[in-house]
Write a new protein. Structure first.
Ligand code: HEC
Ligand code: HEC
Ligand code: HEC
Ligand code: HEC
Ligand code: HEC
Length: 767
């Protein structure tokens, strides 16, 4: 290469770099809008419109700008008119407006924007164009194709075609989120479609198409010019690549900052490293490997990389239905990671039970098998690599990702190409290139949550006679544990089961997402909403401020900020737990005094929970504590409606009897299981029962959706002065027995962090 050519290339290189830097560090952007809030970027206007101009820049100090204006030049008349741009400190931008009534339909208008500083060289100039059109209704037509191979294409039927950003929402219904009245149409047999659109001639819109298993695609169309398009969708590779390296949620933050912040504040982000999970994990592992729960602090249990299941195998127990020997358990050693560190567990997807089995996060052992991304628990890239979830009944007893989820992870070798990327999501009209988005219908359904929010222990039992000899065939016993999905499904919230017609406080189907990814909808009958209710109003909510130019303006009701809020165990003690306050109502009724006996009912109404209350892991329980006082004396109860043993009775324990409610007037709401108690050290733990160890369900007093629990109380009065009745509801993350057990083993959880008083009702009466 000649000498001067090299120099030329070098100069070009430097120019390119400097232009690039200038663009990324300093910039000017403008919006031409038909709306006074600059919410749309338009290039077609009506003569009845006002043009709203907004200019943002970070090159000059706005105080030094001496002249700021724009001019409009008509293509037809050549007339030029000047309008001022004025500093708007709320928007930190220059804004201006111009009526368009004097321009003829069909006119093309050039806009020149000028911001001028003190010196002549400090000048910013921008040029753009728009058209004046007329309103009309266009029938837009076209054909959807699929790319079959590198060579050819074929037409694609049943693709969802829509105008980008026009949502599946009934605009008349402002109350919440109906999915009737869909605004998309399906492509026909030859891939053809025709879609009506009302707009302005000259306006540019995007037609998009999406179909499960394909990447979304779209094309621009100018109304009145070309009303027909062809769109070609390419298939998502049907092969899952377990060697794919998940992307850190941090990498999503720069474009999805609000979603990231909400997720980061939720328990989801700590599912792998939460200390209480670690304790329970160690318990589980110890028992799984050695059959004994007591030696869980012994690190040698981790030496065997692929241990056989021991658990309760071979143990004998008896219950009301008979005597049994435990033959085995459907559990696997990586069970916990399947839900708590799903990206880690999914690396073994091929054969399910490979040696990569434990989820010892670095906080407890030196051997840290979880990577930086795996430690992010249930993270962005994991959920958005789920293509579909198997939701048939047979999967309800299986834990987490290895059995229920179809992941489609791209080939890591193609990382830098389009084929090396895919993002599954709820929208069929996201066509932003670096996402490679693919529509997945289940993202709008509770089923997407079901792999982890539905689980059971499946036991294989051999019935025995009195002499421990086999009696009949082996049987299967299912002990539902995290049962939230089924609780929702068989309730008036799902609309999925014939026996449970839609019946709840809003009268519409509500998915998990509708209550947990955003705030639950307000109650129209009582006119109340959850404390600090926040509705999404920003149509660009899903994209960070700086990246909005890539985003589509959307109906805010279609956007789900990822709050994943529920009982919020990670909120500090004393902080209000909104969902627990909102979940139920507590009332005291039928109060009377007869023959010196005070009697009344306490009603606990599951009015706003989309499933059983309390839900979740079997440890969750709620204590209803009832008290009656007269003349400063606590009255003694004269009936036997009292709190059962799991309410706590440990006067000599770590907490010295504080928070011990067993035997007091009231009721405990919990799913109470039983495990085989083979170790005295662990007996308090009996009152809790980690589902993984359960052999029998003793009772389930939790309240199903829309149902009311009523308990009756009687107290002996002492005189005729005023009586005060108090009913309190205390939500407990862990039962008292588990707290005592944990404290004894060095995991001290303060009572104020575990117990949350959500309701307190006081009633006074004169006998
Ligand atoms: C537990 C699974 C899960 C996790 C974790 C998750 N998402 Fe989502 N995401 C969903 C579901 C489900 C939807 C669809 C909600 C709907 O429309 O009903 C969704 C929707 C979205 C959307 C579409 C816009 C919207 O908000 O509705 C974006 C963008 C998105 N997620 C990005 C992220 C990012 C970024 C993270 C991490 C910070 C993340 N997601 C973590 C399940 C998840
Ligand atoms: C460079 C910016 C950028 C980054 C980084 C980014 N996104 Fe996006 N993402 C977008 C844009 C832009 C859209 C489309 C917005 C629209 O059309 O309204 C989008 C859309 C999505 C959607 C919706 C897809 C659909 O069809 O429903 C999901 C899900 C999503 N992103 C997840 C993620 C996740 C997870 C990460 C991190 C691994 C991530 N994004 C990183 C810019 C980004
Ligand atoms: C109508 C609103 C609503 C719907 C629908 C709903 N939930 Fe809930 N959810 C609540 C409320 C209120 C609470 C707090 C009371 C409680 O813990 O039972 C809660 C609590 C939870 C908890 C916390 C349990 C714990 O142990 O901390 C989880 C997990 C949960 N829900 C998951 C789900 C899943 C999964 C679905 C869908 C299958 C769902 N929810 C549907 C309102 C709802
Ligand atoms: C890959 C497994 C997985 C999926 C999928 C999943 N979750 Fe979870 N979720 C978890 C785990 C694990 C936790 C418990 C985190 C902890 O406390 O350690 C959790 C916790 C929660 C909580 C409890 C937060 C609290 O405050 O108590 C809510 C609410 C929740 N998830 C809702 C959802 C919803 C809604 C979906 C579907 C859109 C979903 N989850 C999908 C695994 C999952
Ligand atoms: C089927 C999925 C699934 C499996 C398998 C699973 N978990 Fe969970 N776990 C969850 C979900 C979802 C939650 C959170 C919401 C709730 O309370 O239901 C949770 C919550 C917990 C909690 C309560 C956390 C808290 O903040 O109080 C502990 C402890 C826990 N899991 C430990 C374990 C251990 C140990 C294992 C393995 C034996 C395990 N889990 C297996 C899904 C699962």
């Amino acid at each position: 290469m000649k000498y001067y050519k090299k120099i030329l290339i070098l100069i070009l290189f430097i120019i390119t770099i400097s232009l690039f830097c200038k663009n990324s560090f300093a910039g000017v952007s403008h919006v031409l809008s038909r709306n006074a809030d600059y919410s749309t970027d338009d290039h077609a206007f009506l003569t009845t419109d006002t043009l709203y101009v907004q200019v943002t820049q970070n090159i000059l100090d706005y105080r030094e700008i001496k002249k700021s204006f724009f001019t409009l030049k008509s293509h037809q008349t050549k007339n030029k008119t000047k309008y001022p741009l004025i500093w708007n400190s709320d928007l930190t931008a220059f804004t201006g407006l111009a009526p368009l009534e004097n321009y003829p339909i069909g006119d093309k208008i050039t806009i020149h924007i000028t911001l001028r500083g003190k010196n002549a060289k400090d000048e910013i100039k921008r040029k753009d164009r728009f058209v004046i059109g007329n309103t009309g209704k266009w029938t837009l037509t076209g054909t959807i194709y699929e790319k079959i191979s590198d060579k050819g294409t074929g037409t694609l039927t049943n693709a969802r075609v829509r105008i980008q950003g026009v949502a599946d929402i009934n605009t008349d219904d402002i109350s919440y989120y109906p999915q009737e009245d869909d605004k998309f149409i399906l492509s026909g047999e030859n891939g053809n479609f025709a879609i009506d659109y009302e707009g302005i001639s000259g306006q540019v819109i995007v037609i998009t198409a999406g179909k499960e298993g394909y990447k979304n695609a779209g094309k621009e169309i100018t109304l009145g010019h070309n009303n027909s398009v062809t769109i070609t969708l390419s298939l998502v590779s049907a092969e899952d690549h377990p060697s794919y390296e998940y992307r850190s949620s941090k990498s999503c933050e720069k474009c999805h900052s609000t979603i990231y912040n909400d997720w980061q504040d939720s328990d989801m982000a700590y599912a792998a490293v939460n200390p209480i999970n670690q304790l329970v994990f160690l318990l589980y592992t110890a028992w799984y490997v050695t059959g004994d729960r007591a030696n869980f602090t012994d690190p040698s249990i981790f030496n065997d990389p692929n241990p056989a299941f021991v658990g309760d195998k071979g143990k004998i127990f008896e219950d009301a239905t008979g005597r049994y020997m435990i033959l085995g358990d459907a559990g696997h050693i990586h069970d916990c990671a399947d839900c708590h560190s799903p990206s880690y567990a999914s690396k073994v997807q091929g054969d399910g039970v490979t040696p990569l089995w434990d989820m010892r996060a670095g906080i407890l052992t030196d051997v840290d098998k979880l990577s930086f991304v795996d430690k992010q628990g249930v993270h962005c890239d994991f959920c958005h690599k789920m293509h579909s979830v198997r939701d048939e009944e047979e999967y309800w007893t299986e834990p987490g990702v290895n059995y229920k989820v179809n992941l489609l992870r791209p080939d890591p070798l193609l990382e830098s190409s389009r084929e090396g990327k895919v993002m599954f999501g709820p929208f069929d009209d996201v066509i932003y290139k670096s996402m490679q988005a693919s529509y997945a219908a289940q993202f709008k359904k509770s089923e997407i949550c079901s792999p982890c929010h539905q689980d059971a222990r499946k036991l294989y039992l051999q019935p025995l006679d009195g002499n421990n000899q086999p009696k009949g065939d082996a049987i299967e016993r299912i002990l539902w544990s995290e049962d939230t999905y089924r609780e929702w499904r068989f309730s008036g919230y799902s609309g999925l089961e014939e026996d449970y017609p839609v019946n709840n406080y809003v009268g519409k189907v509500l998915q998990c997402q509708d209550c947990h990814m955003k705030d639950p909808p307000p109650d129209p009958t009582i006119g109340k909403s959850i404390a600090d209710y926040r509705e999404i109003t920003d149509p660009f909510f899903m994209i960070s401020e700086e990246k909005r130019k890539y985003a589509t303006k959307r109906d805010p009701r279609t956007i789900y900020p990822h709050r994943f809020e529920g009982t919020n165990q990670n909120l500090t003690a004393g902080k209000r737990k909104r969902y627990l306050d909102w979940a139920v109502d507590l009332t005291v009724t039928d109060t009377k005094v007869e023959d010196g006996i005070l009697s009344f009912d306490v009603n606990l109404i599951n009015s706003h929970t989309g499933h059983t209350y309390p839900s979740g892991v079997t440890q969750r329980n709620v204590v209803l504590l009832v008290e009656a006082t007269q003349s400063g004396t606590v009255l003694s109860q004269s009936n036997d409606q009292v709190i059962d043993t799991p309410g706590g009775n440990f006067p000599d324990g770590y907490y010295e009897g504080k928070g011990d409610y067993a035997g007091k007037p009231g009721k405990i709401f919990m799913k109470h299981n039983r495990m085989i108690v083979d170790n005295d050290e662990l007996s308090p733990f009996f009152y809790d029962i980690l589902y993984a160890h359960a052999v029998e369900e003793l009772y389930d007093t939790r309240i199903k959706a829309n149902q009311t629990d009523t308990t009756h109380y009687e107290f002996q009065t002492i005189d005729t002065s005023k009586i005060t009745i108090t009913a309190r509801l205390i939500y407990r993350f862990l039962p008292k027995g588990t707290l005592e057990f944990a404290a004894r083993n060095g995991y001290v959880i303060p009572l104020e962090e575990n117990d949350y008083e959500s309701h307190k009702v006081g009633v006074s009466l004169n006998p």
